[in-house]
Design a protein around this ligand. Structure first.
Ligand code: SF4
Ligand code: SF4
Length: 191
């Protein structure tokens, strides 16, 4: 990861205009399953503590087989990142569903959900300065009047990346302060 923030201006949105996820008609639930494990940022952890939801934090993470990693290079890079080893994830229940998912299938954290959830299904390809619509979301519309929602997700995708940079800087230079405000105990490793 380069320690350089990416400004939203100048990032291209690589998707047809008006392409928006249609969660109401989706037979998939992207809040369920090991590959949907939500890796958190310091800001997410602080938000969960403010909400009194530290019960959702865990350093127990799923394991992925070699075959699955080979067929999903982005997953492999994610698992090899410092962030995956250092930061907690949202806990999943015994059925593999995010523990923040309500019985009616709603996100109980919204609108204070993690940055990764706020951007999905839009993702950033940082090297290319491109935001794209994830192939993992197969239920979508292409329709007018959704530009603001798409821009909000695209901005969140960039912000999600930038927050990782801020986290790396804070861990390097402000570790004591992070300890004082109670965030360090939720990190898996203290290198
Ligand atoms: S896969 Fe896409 S459409 Fe389905 S719930 Fe997730 S974001 Fe919504
Ligand atoms: S925090 Fe909300 S949106 Fe994100 S995975 Fe959990 S239930 Fe889904």
């Amino acid at each position: 990861m380069h320690l350089r923030l990416i400004p939203f201006e100048g990032v291209r949105i690589l998707a047809p205009a008006g392409k928006i996820n249609d969660c109401s008609c989706c037979s998939d639930i992207c809040c369920v399953g090991p590959r949907s494990t939500v890796l958190l940022r310091l800001k997410d952890i602080a938000t969960l503590l403010d909400l009194g939801r530290s019960d959702l934090l865990t350093t127990q993470k799923p394991r992925f087989g070699e075959d699955e990693q080979l067929s999903h290079p982005a997953l492999r890079r994610h698992l090899a990142s410092d962030a995956w080893h250092t930061f907690p994830v949202l806990r999943q229940d015994s059925m593999g569903a995010c523990a923040a998912l309500s019985r009616s299938g709603q996100c109980s954290l919204y609108p204070h959900w993690p940055l990764s959830c706020a951007r999905f299904p839009y993702s950033l390809h940082a090297d290319e300065r491109e935001v794209f619509f994830s192939k993992r979301c197969e239920s979508y519309w292409i329709r007018p009047g959704v530009d603001q929602r798409i821009e909000k997700m695209a901005r969140a995708a960039v912000e999600s990346y930038n927050e990782r940079i801020r986290d790396a800087v804070l861990l390097e230079y402000a570790r004591d302060r992070l300890g004082q405000i109670g965030l360090l105990p939720f990190l898996a490793e203290q290198p």
